[in-house]
Design a protein around this ligand. Structure first.
Ligand SMILES: Cc1ncc(COP(=O)(O)O)c(C=O)c1O
Length: 401
C-alpha cells in the first residue's frame, strides 16, 4: 500500500489505539492465497448453502414486494422476522420469557458490540473463557474493557477459577460464554455447569452474554439447553446467528435479552448502522417460514459430521500422538495441541510456507502474549483432498518436532 509522503501524525482514539496488527494477523493474511490448504478459515462448507431456496425466495420478494426489501426499515428489525425468531427461541429452546425482547443485528458479531456498547464503561471487567472467539475479544478490547480469561476444562469454563475472578473483580459487568462447540476449543459446557454458572452470575450480580452460533450444528450426542433457557431473573443476553445455518454473507443475527437492555441496544444500533440489511432479513424470514428448516439442518449436520469424522481420522493417522486434539460433536473447528517445548508461532509460520494455513492458538487468548501450544483447525472449508494433503504435510512437520 502506498503511504503519503508528507508527514501528518494521525492521532487515533484511545479506544482503538492499542488495537495493532499482531504477528498472528500477519500469518492470517496468507490464508486466502491460492493453493493454500484452508485450515485457518471459518467459512461454512460451500455445499451447506441452500442456494436454490435463496434464489427462489429472492425471486419472489422482487416479484411481489420489491420496495419493502429496498426501503429504509426500523432499527429493531423486520417485524415478521422478529416474530418468527421469538417463536423459534420459545419453541426450540424454551428461552423467551415475558420480560424478554429480540433485536435483529448485523450478525452475532454486532450483538457483542452492542451489548458492551450499551452496558459497559471503559475499565469494566468482562470475564471470558480462555481461549475465546477473537472477533468478540476485539470488540471488547475496542471498548477498553478489562478482559479476564478463565481456563477451560473438558466440560467448559472452570467454576472454581470463575468464582475466584468474580470475587477479585467487583466491577465485572459481563461473563462472555460460548457454551456450544466453543470457537476455538470445540468444547461444550455441560448442563450442570450451565446451571452453576448461571447461579454464580446471579450471586455476584453480573450478567451473562451467551453466544450460540453453533448450537444448531450438533451432529453427535444430545442437545443441551442454552443458559438463556434458565433465565428467570433477566440476567442473560443471548446472541444467535444465521451465519452457520444459512449464510454468513447475509449478515443477519439476533439478540434476546430483557426489554430494557434491547431498548438501549436499539438506540446504539441506530447510531451504528440504522438497521440490518432489510433484504437479507426478508430472506431469513422467508427461509424460516417457507422452507423446511429441519430438513436443511439435518442436511448440514450430515455434511459436517462427515467432514469432522474425516478430519479426525486423518488427525489420528498423521498427527497423533505427537499432536493431540479435542474430539468434536459440532461446530466447525478442532483445537489441536503441539508437543511441549514446540514454538507454536514458528510451527504456524512454517506450515504457511508449506502451504497449509492454521491459526495460532494465541490469537484467541485474552492475553495474546501468554504461552500457548495450541492451533485451531477448521474442517468445514477444505475439500476432502485438501484435508488429506494438509494433514500429510502437518504430519511430516509433527514427525520432525
Ligand atoms: C463464537 C462466535 N461468535 C460470533 C461469531 C460471529 O458470527 P456472525 O457471522 O453471526 O457475526 C462467530 C463467527 O465465526 C463465532 O465463531
Amino acid at each position: 500500500m502506498k503511504r503519503r509522503d508528507f508527514s501528518v501524525e494521525y492521532r487515533f482514539a484511545n479506544r482503538v489505539d492499542h488495537l495493532k496488527p499482531s504477528v498472528i494477523r500477519e500469518i492470517l493474511k496468507f490464508t486466502g492465497m491460492p493453493g493454500i490448504v484452508p485450515f485457518a478459515a471459518g467459512n461454512p462448507a460451500p455445499e451447506a448453502f441452500p442456494v436454490e431456496e435463496v434464489t427462489r425466495i429472492s425471486g419472489k420478494i422482487f416479484a411481489e414486494t420489491p420496495i419493502d426489501a429496498l426501503q429504509y426499515s426500523i432499527s429493531e428489525g423486520d417485524p415478521a422476522l422478529r416474530e418468527t425468531m421469538r417463536g423459534f427461541m420459545r419453541g426450540r429452546y424454551g428461552a423467551f420469557r415475558e420480560f424478554d425482547e429480540l433485536i435483529i443485528t448485523a450478525g452475532a458479531q454486532q450483538v457483542m458490540e452492542l451489548t458492551v456498547k450499551a452496558l459497559c464503561d471503559e475499565g469494566d471487567t468482562l470475564i471470558c473463557e480462555n481461549p475465546s472467539f477473537i472477533g468478540s475479544l476485539n470488540a471488547f478490547r475496542s471498548y477498553k474493557l478489562n478482559l479476564v480469561g478463565i481456563e477451560m476444562e473438558s466440560d467448559g469454563i472452570s467454576l472454581e477459577k470463575l468464582e475466584q475472578a468474580l470475587k477479585a473483580h467487583k466491577n465485572t459487568k459481563l461473563i462472555y460464554l460460548i457454551p456450544n462447540f466453543q470457537n476455538p476449543s470445540g468444547l461444550t459446557m455441560s448442563g450442570e455447569k450451565r446451571k452453576a454458572v448461571y447461579e454464580l452470575a446471579k450471586r455476584y450480580n453480573t450478567l451473562i452474554l451467551e453466544d450460540n452460533p453453533y448450537g444448531e450444528t450438533r451432529f453427535a450426542g444430545e442437545d443441551i439447553p442454552p443458559i438463556k433457557s434458565l433465565d428467570e431473573d433477566g440476567i442473560v443476553v443471548y446472541a444467535g446467528s444465521f451465519s452457520k445455518v444459512l449464510s454468513p454473507g447475509l449478515r443477519v443475527g439476533y439478540a434476546v435479552a430483557p426489554t430494557e437492555i434491547i431498548a438501549k441496544m436499539t438506540v446504539c444500533k441506530q447510531v451504528s448502522d440504522v438497521h440490518t440489511n432489510i433484504w437479507a432479513q426478508k430472506i431469513c424470514g422467508a427461509f424460516m417460514t417457507e422452507c423446511d428448516y429441519d430438513a436443511h439442518i439435518q442436511k448440514i449436520k450430515g455434511i459436517y459430521r462427515r467432514k469432522a469424522e474425516l478430519m479426525m481420522s486423518l488427525m489420528d493417522r498423521y498427527l497423533m500422538p505427537k499432536i493431540t486434539y479435542n474430539p468434536v460433536q459440532g461446530g466447525l473447528f478442532i483445537w489441536a495441541r503441539l508437543p511441549e517445548g514446540t514454538d507454536m508461532l514458528e510451527f504456524c509460520r512454517q506450515a504457511v510456507q508449506k502451504k497449509v494455513a492454521v491459526v495460532p492458538g494465541s490469537a484467541f487468548l485474552s492475553d495474546e502474549s501468554a504461552p500457548c501450544r495450541n492451533i485451531r483447525l477448521n474442517f468445514s472449508t477444505p475439500t476432502d483432498e485438501q484435508m488429506t494433503e494438509g494433514m500429510e504435510i502437518l504430519g511430516k512437520m509433527a514427525a520432525e518436532i
